[in-house]
Design a protein around this ligand. Structure first.
Ligand SMILES: CC(C)(COP(=O)(O)OP(=O)(O)OC[C@H]1O[C@@H](n2cnc3c(N)ncnc32)[C@H](O)[C@@H]1OP(=O)(O)O)[C@@H](O)C(=O)NCCC(=O)NCCS
Length: 229
């Protein structure tokens, strides 16, 4: 199974990816914030591809231009997502690719896949206390805070952490769309208002909470897949 976005291809991990995986996954700023140990060698990366990343709903996040893996994204069953109609979303991306919106882009497609193709009702997503980058990703995608759990034991790292759990229901997903102008999900009503502003049908002051550059907004809205008519 392969999924595509504007810049990315999401495809199953292969053992041959170990050479590309290791330099990204040995970085101590990548695994530990997500709760796993940095990889220790190419062979260790290969073993993790075989034992962890080869699960059917885990995808290598690859650049479309050259097919090279730059991160990973997956839907997981666990204590949090224990019913048939739910999964937990997990992700990471190599440090050279941080801040380019790659994981939000990959996540949007994986959420679409989960709700539309797999018929899921709920997708959970969590981040440990202090992981502001991951929290931002979840906020931008439109996840809603659900609960906090204290005293989570991470045996692999010999740590106890606090985790925050966010939820996306199918109903909420159906209400949202990605706004390229704002770089986050917004509800479809707001998307409509923004398009009306772009087309000069309503005044920018109708949306008091955001700053609008009408020329730029118009450019973005013209090429948007959510464009009306
Ligand atoms: C969390 C993570 C997946 C985000 O992926 P991404 O593709 O960089 O996501 P975005 O580009 O949307 O950036 C998210 C936020 O990270 C922060 N950020 C971006 N680039 C950064 C950088 N170079 N250094 C520090 N923070 C940065 C920004 O706050 C950004 O939010 P903003 O868009 O509102 O400014 C990535 O940072 C990562 O893999 N971290 C380590 C593993 C991890 O924490 N996984 C999640 C476990 S729950």
């Amino acid at each position: 199974m392969e999924l595509y976005t504007e810049r990315l291809c999401l495809r199953p991990w292969r053992e041959e990816d170990a050479e590309a995986l290791y330099p990204l996954a040995r970085d101590p700023d990548v695994g530990p914030p997500a709760g796993w140990m940095p990889h220790t060698s190419v062979e260790n990366s290969r073993q993790i591809i075989r034992t962890v990343l080869s699960a059917p709903t885990v995808f290598a996040v690859c650049k479309r231009e050259d097919g090279m893996p730059i991160g990973s994204i997956g839907l997981h069953k666990n204590d949090l997502a224990c019913h048939d109609d739910e999964y937990e979303l997990g992700y990471w991306i190599g440090k050279p690719y941080w801040g380019q919106g790659m994981i939000p882009e990959a996540s949007l497609e994986v959420l679409r896949y989960a709700f539309e193709d797999l018929g899921m009702a709920r997708i959970w997503c969590g981040h440990y206390d202090g992981n502001v980058k991951s929290r931002r990703v979840q906020e931008k995608l439109g996840f809603v805070f659900h609960h906090t759990t204290e005293g989570i034991e991470i045996t692999e790292l010999n740590q106890i952490r606090t985790g925050h759990v966010m939820l996306m229901t199918r109903e909420r997903w159906e209400e949202l769309c990605w706004c390229k102008y704002l770089g986050r999900c917004i509800d479809k009503g707001m998307c409509y208002d923004m398009q009306m502003i772009a087309m000069d049908c309503i005044k920018p002051s109708a949306l008091t909470e955001i700053d609008i550059d009408k020329v730029l907004l118009n450019e973005v809205c013209k090429c948007c897949p959510n464009k009306i008519g």
